[in-house]
Design a protein around this ligand. Structure first.
Ligand SMILES: Nc1ncnc2c1ncn2[C@@H]1O[C@H](COP(=O)(O)OP(=O)(O)O)[C@@H](O)[C@H]1O
Ligand SMILES: [Mg+2]
Length: 366
């Protein structure tokens, strides 16, 4: 058994999730505490700029201009996140075998074999005095995989302990949404489904200066524009079968113009729900139950719209099962670090489209 800390900073650019997990890389022995270190508004702005500059990155290890500054900020935020997590929970560096450090994705273009996560693992390892595993997605993309999603092996490990009959779906709603379809021990299919919170967050930020629509309150007061949603769903991505993945800004061209804030929020929330429901006919069978994790699980309007679009099957928030919606992805990267250490696969043909099951991760030592 290993004691691992996982660190996740997702496409929402909201902050760093931290979680401790005890695992052998196959099953979960115990969940430990979890924590969160939000980005400051200044850091968030720096990351937004880094994302737009990364569009022109010539090589995956190049860090021109603002990207170098953003990488330093990401590394520092993660070092702070671990330091305060350890202090709060009275954990010392000797207690931890490995840290799984995802980094911040600034570019994800698997067709060009490019996936770039910024964050300096060696500097982080030195700062926290713990070995750090990072660059989880690179081997998969180099071998021709989509490089995403990577949480499915962890979802499978969690689902095994539920002993449910029939196909189930674990849905993660971060900046982008991704689904893991599990049917018994042998069937694991995964893909990104489309937008998660990112389009909605960007819209809310433009309209109100707030980072997101808290609990989905704004969307609850508006009317969704179904014609706009139907047009948006014409995007060729939605007709593709899994595996498939997205860059955060793949739908950035879909802007809503001249709408009241509440109607825009309702439309973008409903679009996320509709895009998730759109995956069902592309799966072998319709899932009988859905478990929802990620920050989007806190958006009550989104959950309601999902229930409407997926009816009559059950849609539950992960917390209702004793999992942690907020910590699940960070736990996953602790779990993946343990798997990487043992040379176990992180991705499979049916999760990322990689030709053969692929291990991954690179270790940086203090
Ligand atoms: N209380 C809340 N109400 C509504 N949405 C929320 C709430 N808390 C978080 N979110 C949404 O979740 C996002 C963060 O989710 P997260 O799972 O961390 O995504 P990522 O993995 O992309 O960082 C926020 O940007 C926001 O859109
Ligand atoms: Mg996040």
């Amino acid at each position: 058994m290993l004691t691992a800390i996982g660190l996740m900073s997702g496409t929402s650019l909201d902050g760093v999730d931290v979680a401790l997990i005890e695992t052998d890389g196959k099953r979960v022995k115990a969940f430990g505490p979890s924590g969160y270190r939000p980005y400051t508004e200044k850091e968030r702005e720096l990351l937004r700029q880094a994302l737009s500059e990364a569009v022109n990155l010539p090589q995956r290890d190049a860090r021109p201009g603002i990207l170098r500054e953003a990488e330093r900020a990401v590394t520092l935020a993660h070092a702070e996140a671990v330091a305060s997590f350890n202090a709060q929970n009275r954990i010392t560096c000797e207690d931890i075998d490995i840290v799984g450090f995802h980094g911040q994705t600034v570019l994800h273009r698997p067709a060009q074999k490019m996936t770039v996560q910024i964050g300096d693992a060696t500097a982080l390892a030195k700062a926290i005095h713990i070995p750090v595993m990072h660059d989880f997605r690179a081997a998969d993309v180099a071998a021709g995989g989509q490089g995403a999603p990577f949480v499915p092996v962890y979802h499978r490990a969690l689902a095994q302990s539920l002993e449910r009959d029939g196909p189930m779906a674990v849905l993660n709603i971060g900046g982008v949404s991704n689904i893991t379809y599990i049917d018994g021990a042998d069937t694991l299919i995964a893909c990104d489904t489309g937008p998660g919170n990112a389009l909605l967050d960007d819209f809310i930020y433009r309209m109100t200066g707030q980072p997101f629509d808290g609990e989905g309150r704004m969307a609850a007061q508006g009317n969704a524009d179904e014609a706009w949603i139907a047009r948006a769903l014409q995007h060729p991505f939605f007709a593709l079968p899994p595996p498939k993945s997205l860059d955060r800004n793949d739908f950035a061209s879909l802007v809503l113009r001249d709408v009241a804030p509440a109607d825009g929020a309702a439309t973008l929330t409903a679009f996320t729900a509709a895009a998730i429901a759109r995956i069902v006919p592309l799966l072998p069978k319709a899932p009988q139950s859905w478990i929802v994790a990620g920050g989007g699980a806190r958006n009550l309007t989104l959950l309601r719209m999902l229930r409407e679009r997926l009816a009559p099957v059950t849609v539950e928030a992960a917390d209702a099962l004793g999992w942690s919606s907020d910590a699940i992805e960070a736990q996953a990267f602790g779990f993946l670090a343990a798997r990487g250490l043992k040379g176990l696969p992180l991705s499979y043909p049916a999760t990322t489209g990689v030709p053969i099951p692929m291990t991954g991760g690179v270790i940086a030592r203090p």
